[in-house]
Design a protein around this ligand. Structure first.
Ligand code: RP5
Length: 169
């Protein structure tokens, strides 16, 4: 038997503006691994590699991706530019960059998209929520994934039950 492992085609693309965003964006990959969702992760900078951005976003749908998660900090044009170039849903993660004004630069440049080009924006540094939203989007056409999401939510509720047991007197 061949030793070659067949890698499933990615359904979710995780991209970020810089390697420095990985500390945040790595959480998205962890969640997708938990849900067994095939994904890819790479760096695409809107400002430093615009041609790569055009190629990535322009080919995302035909390569089989269903959702793109894009994280960036500062003047964070990456999610919006990707959204302008692909028919796929784009989820934006505002990353608090070290040179930021408390992250408001990232948040507003991702959140305040003009009408017609939506980016689903999650909380600052919350790539985990971006991945959960991606799983929920995929779940609309995948009953098995919906069941996994329901189980995930039950686990969240169970954690609160534990807190209640600890605190209630
Ligand atoms: C943005 O600038 C990146 O998304 C990152 O959040 C920020 C800082 O990038 P580095 O200077 O760390 O490469 O493009």
């Amino acid at each position: 038997m061949s030793e070659q492992v067949t890698k499933k085609a990615a359904k979710v693309g995780i991209i970020m503006g810089s390697q420095s965003d990985l500390r945040v964006m790595g959480d998205a990959a962890e969640i997708l691994e938990h849900f067994d969702v095939p994904h890819e992760l790479t760096i695409v900078s809107a400002h430093r590699t615009p041609q790569r951005l055009f190629e990535y976003a322009g080919s995302a749908a035909e390569r089989g991706l269903d959702v793109v998660i894009a994280g960036a900090g500062g003047a964070a044009h990456l999610p919006g530019m990707v959204a302008s170039l692909t028919p796929l849903p784009v989820i934006g993660v505002p990353v608090k960059a070290s040179i930021s004004i408390d992250g408001w630069d990232s948040i507003l440049s991702i959140l305040q998209m003009p009408a017609g080009v939506p980016v689903a924006t999650v909380a600052m540094d919350n790539a985990r929520n971006a991945a959960l939203l991606a799983v929920q989007i995929l779940g609309t056409a995948d009953p098995e994934l919906r069941v996994k999401m329901a189980t995930y939510k039950q686990a969240l509720a169970a954690k609160v039950d534990t807190m209640i047991d600890r605190v209630d007197q």
